[in-house]
Design a protein around this ligand. Structure first.
Ligand SMILES: Cc1cc2nc3c(=O)[nH]c(=O)nc-3n(C[C@H](O)[C@H](O)[C@H](O)COP(=O)(O)OP(=O)(O)OC[C@H]3O[C@@H](n4cnc5c(N)ncnc54)[C@H](O)[C@@H]3O)c2cc1C
Length: 318
């Protein structure tokens, strides 16, 4: 009979010598471990635990090069290469666990990101957190006209004052009715039904770095709602930037502050760089961005292209 336990305990001689390991840590992140970053009026986000660092990403990427491969890139260069080429799995080697306190309407957007592990405070089991997000007079945003999902500008001072007073009244009434129900012995799971979406909830949220960056790309974007952006910006600038600085730098360079050009955009841009303005306009008509007389149509794709041109310092030819 062969001794099978040997397979697991003995490293065959032909294997390379395995490096000795120390538990990896990031001192800059350790410094803020457990410390709450305040967000909104009564929210916070804090790091509970983490695994990995820029080095772990590099380490994982190099394993995939196979035995015998020499170290060909510096760590920073390799991370930037991985980011540029969407070689995403090495970024999944890093994980982070947050404790967040967030208004329920914001949490509802947050929880749509399915690639995380979540445990939320239960208002069936416990009494709902006695805190609701409040809005200052000057913070009432007006509905945007160009973007149905967005806001633009602020309500006037007097309107803002009235809105804030009514908010306070509504929130305290909702709380009072909730507590009255509890005092009457109504189950917490039912008593909560009329609590407003501004009520704060708390959760533990664990995610790997790849999926966290995806979350940040969507939720730091100007199209995301202001409230969730405030959390995302702190996660990005205060936490990920300390935790994995090379990754953060590459993410900002190749995702956040970068642009993608579609085939249509490339064709128009090529014509423009060759001073073929008429051709660029004909292409605009063909793509349904322009009317027959060459003036702009109401078209989102054209507007997005114009934004990209603007960022490049190029004037649209129409
Ligand atoms: C500005 C903005 C506006 C939005 N508006 C709306 C809205 O009006 N209504 C609405 O319902 N949602 C809306 N969303 C939510 C959005 O549709 C996504 O649900 C959310 O952003 C999470 O993105 P995700 O699915 O890519 O992330 P994750 O759930 O973290 O998934 C990450 C990636 O994993 C893959 N994946 C995960 N689960 C699956 C699956 N089951 N099948 C296949 N692939 C999977 C996908 O590639 C996905 O991109 C909005 C989001 C933003 C940023």
């Amino acid at each position: 009979m062969t001794d099978q336990s040997k397979e697991y305990t003995e490293v065959p001689e032909q294997n390379p010598v395995l490096e000795s390991l120390e538990r990896p840590g990031v001192p800059a992140l350790d410094e803020v471990l457990g410390k709450p970053f305040k967000v909104l009026d009564d929210g916070f986000i804090r790091v509970i635990d983490y695994m990995g660092s820029d080095e772990s990403i590099v380490q994982a990427a190099r394993v995939s090069y196979g035995k015998g491969t020499k170290k060909v890139h510096e760590d920073r260069g390799l991370i930037r290469y991985l980011m540029r080429h969407h070689h995403t799995t090495p970024f999944e080697m890093c994980e982070i666990k947050f404790h967040v306190r967030v208004p329920m309407d914001c949490w509802r957007q947050w929880i749509r990101h399915r690639t995380a592990n979540v445990n939320e405070y239960s208002t069936r089991y416990s009494v709902a957190i006695d805190s609701a997000q409040t809005t200052q007079h000057s913070e009432w945003r007006l509905q945007a006209t160009g973007n149905r999902q967005g806001s633009a500008g602020f309500a006037g001072g007097n309107e803002g004052k009235t809105l804030t007073e009514k908010e306070r009244y509504l929130q305290s009434l909702a709380r009072e009715v909730y507590e009255e129900r509890l005092n009457m012995g109504i189950a917490r799971e039912q008593a909560r039904k009329d609590l407003p979406l501004s009520t704060y909830t708390e959760a533990y949220w664990k995610v790997d770095l790849h999926n966290l960056l995806h979350f940040l790309a969507l939720r730091m974007d100007p199209h995301a709602q202001e409230e969730i952006r405030r959390y995302s910006e702190i996660i990005g600038n205060e936490i990920v930037a300390k935790w994995c600085p090379f990754t953060w730098e590459a993410f900002m360079d190749y995702r956040v502050n970068a642009a993608n050009l579609t085939r249509l955009e490339m064709e128009v841009l090529t014509a423009l760089t060759q001073n073929k303005t008429r051709e660029a306009i004909e292409l605009g008509k063909k793509f349904n961005w322009l009317k027959e007389d060459g003036t702009p149509k109401k078209n989102r794709e054209r507007a997005e292209f114009e934004d990209k041109l603007n960022n490049l310092g190029i004037k649209a030819p129409w």
